[in-house]
Design a protein around this ligand. Structure first.
Ligand SMILES: Nc1ncnc2c1ncn2[C@@H]1O[C@H](COP(=O)(O)OP(=O)(O)O)[C@@H](O)[C@H]1O
Ligand SMILES: [Mg+2]
Length: 349
């Protein structure tokens, strides 16, 4: 027969045993790591001072009724959200269990709650982003039916605004679909052999007219021959389009956007040969505080400006997931006033 402590030790959750006098009589390593090494022998309420939990323990000890409560537990610098269950132990004459005690099990649900909060935020953000252009469209439809009914000049103007707003919704839905596809495929490695040079060329060609219209020169530098990576050609083109488009839109004041490709014999993190693609502009740059959050969905430095430029706030989130799917790295460097540099490093085939 295993001893009580053996049994607790084998359980995958932090677990403690409390006797009828509410004293902790055994705990596994998980529980000690969470609540402190010296908890055995102490009174339970001095270890976890939570009224809801004390009530649950009471119910288990006095009424023989199990209960689960959600509590916050501070452990070191971290605060965790936990589901704690208190289960009564039936008296068992043969065991070295405390007679009439209770078993306390602590389940860390922090990650689940965080994921849930992120999902809620995402849905709220999407709804808000869709509602803005939709409200504009509905307003203009009403105006066209009423006040502007017989005014051809106003009608033309309103129709172009409506076209722009519908375009915005269309881009948003397109980006949402891209994002969800990339996310669902993230764990599936791409299998095609792609010429990176062609993917970059494609992205630059598509954006040439936009660059010219904004007075920006697109410059391509570095390795120029065929550069093979294992990848998804459309997704890789999308990475470079998004980065170059951002550089034109937000860094265009510097007059040039430079795409530089370098072959690395040995990339220390990827532990092998790699290709480094840098997209650099000489625009106004990004303040350091924004850099870590830039690839979050809907995060923008200046929401108004992004909307004005037809942005959805999803471009860099898409880039991040595509790069991750290709087992690559994404790095963002920027200095206010000097420009920004987005670097993608991909393992070479
Ligand atoms: N090259 C750049 N220079 C300055 N800011 C940039 C640059 N690239 C991206 N940003 C900032 O990052 C934000 C997020 O970019 P992105 O995810 O592509 O969304 P969007 O372009 O739709 O706003 C942009 O709104 C902008 O504030
Ligand atoms: Mg963008």
């Amino acid at each position: 027969m295993p001893t009580t402590t053996n049994l607790l030790q084998a359980l995958p959750l932090p677990v403690l045993l409390v006797n009828a006098q509410e004293r902790i009589v055994a705990a596994n390593d998980g529980a000690k790591a969470l609540l402190g090494g010296e908890i055995v022998g102490r009174s339970f309420v001095t270890v976890l001072r939570q009224p809801a939990l004390t009530a649950a323990l009471d119910a288990a000890l006095r009424e023989g009724r199990g209960d689960r409560v959600r509590v916050r537990i501070a452990s070191g610098a971290r605060e965790m959200v936990a589901m704690v269950s208190a289960s009564p132990l039936e008296p068992a004459p043969d065991a070295d269990l405390p007679q009439g005690g209770a078993l306390i099990a602590i389940e860390d649900i922090t990650a689940t709650e965080e994921a849930e909060a992120m999902r809620r935020d995402f849905v709220a953000n999407v709804s808000h982003e869709l509602r803005t252009p939709l409200t504009a469209l509905m307003g203009f439809i009403e105006t066209l039916r009423g006040a502007a009914k017989d005014d051809p000049v106003a009608r033309d103007r309103f129709l172009s605004i409506m076209e722009r707003e519908a375009g915005r919704m269309n881009r948003l839905v397109g980006d949402l679909l891209s994002l969800s596809r990339v996310e669902s495929e993230e764990r599936r490695r791409p299998t095609k052999t792609v010429d990176l040079t062609a993917a970059i060329r494609g992205a630059l060609q598509t954006l040439q007219a936009t660059a010219e219209a904004q007075g920006v020169t697109l410059i391509r530098e570095g390795e120029a021959g065929t550069l093979r990576v294992i990848g998804d050609p459309d997704q890789l083109t999308q990475v470079f389009s998004n980065l170059v488009e951002n550089a034109i839109k937000y860094g265009g004041s510097g007059g040039e956007v430079r795409v530089t490709v370098t072959r690395l014999e040995h990339e220390p993190v990827l532990r092998g040969p790699a290709l480094r693609i840098e997209v650099a502009d000489k625009g106004e740059g990004i303040e350091a505080m924004h850099l870590p959050r830039l690839t979050e969905r809907f995060y923008r430095v200046d929401t108004h400006r992004s909307r004005e430029q037809g942005g959805t706030g999803l471009g860099l989130a898409i880039v991040k997931h595509i790069v991750a799917r290709h087992r690559g790295r994404l790095k963002v460097e920027s200095e206010k006033g000097k420009g920004s540099r987005f670097t993608v490093i991909l393992p070479e085939r």
